[in-house]
Design a protein around this ligand. Structure first.
Ligand code: SAH
Ligand code: DHB
Ligand code: MG
Length: 227
């Protein structure tokens, strides 16, 4: 009953604020046709990512977890001329669908889809001196979130924004216990957000067509001097 109402309201609001978007709709269609799971961010969260990237004038964006490139398209569209986005995906079939979707959306020139496990790709990006990224979006396997946060701190600078999807659903006390690797990963991630002096963070809970969930938003700050 609640979920039906949340979905209806989401549809109503998206109808007023988002409008038709052929490139994003085509990306969803080709992802579904290729058999990818429909677990991309909601349109409203996609637009939030876009607005955050535009609002902070992001020139370099990093994403962990590409799927078919739906959130990637939202983010890459916020880039100014000469801006770059690197998105990390472990599944070769997903990466291939994403590359085709980004090409169709006219974004292939500004986006690199890097195939491989996100932690290894982030280590490689550090070695390459690829940072600092102005915005990092973490949305790959939930058990890896603590690692991705550590690497993100090495790939950002004060003022950078770190956004992480799905930090509420698997943590709920009536859901899977802490033995579940996803739950353990998200809990550890939230503990790190609270304890890390280089981050100032909040979590926003959401409801809608994807049920009850939430995302974390953190700003990288200069840690206050000890004492
Ligand atoms: N950001 C996408 C959704 C990502 S779904 C969107 O909103 O449109 C999560 C993705 O992370 C899946 O495509 C999955 O294959 C990928 N993934 C899972 N484990 C990974 C890992 N260790 N490294 C990189 N990608 C991973
Ligand atoms: C699911 C949703 C997500 O946003 C994600 O990143 C991974 C999985 C899901 O609904 O299972
Ligand atoms: Mg997600």
């Amino acid at each position: 009953m609640d979920e039906e109402r949340w979905s209806q309201l989401e549809g109503y609001i998206d109808g007023l604020l988002l409008g038709a978007d052929p490139a994003l709709e085509a990306a969803l269609e080709s992802s579904a046709a290729a058999g990818l799971p429909p677990i991309q961010v909601s349109p409203g969260l996609g637009k939030l990512l876009h607005l955050l990237a535009r609002g902070c004038g992001a020139r370099r964006i990093l994403e962990a977890g590409t799927l078919g490139g739906y959130s990637t398209i939202w983010l890459a569209r916020a880039l100014p001329r000469g801006g770059r986005l690197v998105t990390l995906e472990a599944n070769a079939a997903h990466a291939e669908v994403a590359r085709a979707n980004l090409e169709s959306a006219g974004l292939a020139g500004s986006v690199e889809v890097r195939l491989g496990r996100a932690a290894e790709s982030m280590a490689a990006l550090v070695d390459e001196g690829a940072g600092p990224f102005d915005l990092v979006f973490i949305d790959a396997d939930k058990s890896g979130y603590p690692d991705y946060l550590e690497w993100s701190l090495r790939l950002t600078a004060p003022g950078s924004l770190i956004v992480a999807d799905n930090v509420v659903r698997r943590v709920s006390t009536d859901g899977a216990g802490p033995a579940d690797p996803d739950t353990a990963g998200i809990r550890r991630f939230l503990e790190m957000l609270g304890a890390e002096r280089r981050l100032d963070a909040t979590v926003v809970q959401t409801v809608g067509s994807k049920g009850h969930d939430g995302f974390a938003l953190a700003v990288v700050v200069e840690p206050a001097p000890a004492g």
